[in-house]
Design a protein around this ligand. Structure first.
Ligand SMILES: *[C@@H]1O[C@H](CO)[C@@H](O)[C@H](O)[C@H]1NC(C)=O
Length: 408
């Protein structure tokens, strides 16, 4: 009982610490004036991860304004993005929102087509932002370590090769142009070759000889370059390179932007990806400093209170359960009951491991996520029968984690 109470207190203390820490981390953003340059990213709906990308976009945009970039922040949002999200972007984050119709993806029927990339062609709208001299187009899974405004000195199209032969479209520089934009739409119509059916494949096919172009070095006098350039790797440091030495060091060029091109369920904002991808903590540091966790904290507190309540109830019912299981003569029906209780118990334990991944808000801090998970998995010191009872009557989430083999 004491360890249980101690555990519960620890949960509360950690939650309180995070609650107290985030309030002062949130910055109110002033509206920004018109600039000649923009950092832009896109948002669209229809994937299971829309909300996560919304949070990630906010964190990235706020970290850019914290770096005092001399540029507008633009989100190219398809028309079905909820207006309350757009209001948050505009009013709280100081972002300009450009609403667009989704571009039809002509590659949907292609064999290797991955439907999660269906709307990534919306990225081409970046070329329609002709109010700007240059645009840096971004995916929302970038972490900026420092200002990168020198990128606006680059030419008509500049990108990073994180793969020896294919440039990455998580960050690229472009000069907006209606002619280029219309030409790209035309190329979509006539079905230009596109190896992956996404923005990545289309742009690689549209700018096929970028690998042979010179490396970008920003002119010291601040003037803009013309033409096509490769960007140094330091503008798209693949998170997986980090693990070669457990630190970042690209000896040539800047070390400015980290990107996460790995599997979608290992994006840095997921609370469960942190043990695999410690760099996720850097993302959460950015979120804590720039956006905070207020929007998800209430849910987390209610959930934690609920589960602590369930833990308390399972404590209280313990004696009656012991009676149920042992104070009767062994009979066939009881044996059957016992067996089915065991099956129910095992299933509940499996559920206790999997259900939290659907219930805990996905972009909470790893500490919050893991605390919530362990609250669900709590009761690790209860005995087997109690667990079986709990499985049957109270909740599957309070199943003990290491003890199910004892029940067998
Ligand atoms: C700036 O420097 C580049 C070379 O780096 C030169 O070609 C260009 O003429 C200079 N522009 C101005 C305005 O001085």
């Amino acid at each position: 009982m004491e360890t249980r109470l101690g555990f519960s207190w620890r949960i509360l203390v950690v939650l309180a610490a995070i609650l107290a820490g985030i309030e002062c981390g949130v910055v109110a953003e002033k509206p920004r004036g018109n600039r000649r340059h923009a950092y832009a990213s896109m948002m669209y709906m229809g994937t299971p991860r829309d909300y996560e990308f919304f949070v990630a976009t906010r964190v990235m945009m706020r970290s850019l304004s914290k770096l005092r970039v001399d540029a507008d922040l633009v989100v190219i949002a398809s028309i079905d993005v909820p207006s309350r999200w757009l209001r948050a972007l505009k009013e709280e984050d100081g972002v300009k929102v450009v609403r667009v119709e989704n571009l039809r993806n002509p590659y949907e029927k292609q064999d290797n087509f991955n439907s999660r990339f269906k709307l990534t062609l919306n990225k081409l709208y970046a070329w329609s932002l002709v109010a700007y001299d240059r645009v840096v187009m971004l995916d929302s899974d970038n972490i900026f370590l420092q200002r990168t405004d020198e990128l606006f000195q680059c030419g008509q199209f500049c990108a990073v090769f994180i793969n020896p032969c294919i440039f990455h479209t998580g960050l690229f520089v472009l000069q907006p142009s209606i002619d280029v934009f219309n030409n790209m739409l035309h190329e979509l119509e006539i079905g230009r070759e596109n190896p992956d059916g996404a923005d990545q494949g289309f742009l690689a096919s549209y700018f096929p000889d970028l690998l042979d172009r010179p490396m970008f070095h920003p002119p010291a006098n601040g003037s803009k370059l013309d033409g096509f350039y490769r960007l140094p790797l330091g503008y798209q440091m693949d998170a997986s390179y980090y693990y070669l030495k457990l630190r970042w060091s690209i000896p040539c060029g800047p070390n400015s932007v980290i990107t996460f091109p790995s599997a979608p369920w290992l994006k840095p904002w997921y609370w469960w990806s942190w043990p695999v991808l410690p760099l996720g903590l850097s993302w959460h540091e950015q979120r804590r400093k720039n956006l905070g966790y207020n929007s998800e904290l209430l849910v987390m507190l209610i959930q934690s209170a609920m589960y602590l309540g369930i833990l308390a109830v399972t404590r209280l019912v313990r004696p009656s359960l012991t009676k149920l299981c042992y104070n009767r003569k062994p009979e066939k029906s009881i044996a059957l009951l016992h067996a089915s209780l065991k099956v129910a118990g095992i299933w509940s334990i499996v559920a206790a491991y999997t259900v939290p991944f659907f219930l805990v808000p996905r972009t909470v801090h790893p500490v919050l996520g893991l605390v919530s998970l362990s609250a669900r998995l709590g009761s690790s010191d209860v005995d087997c029968d109690q667990r079986l009872f709990t499985a049957r009557t109270v909740s599957s989430h309070t199943m003990a984690r290491e003890s199910w083999d004892l029940c067998l």
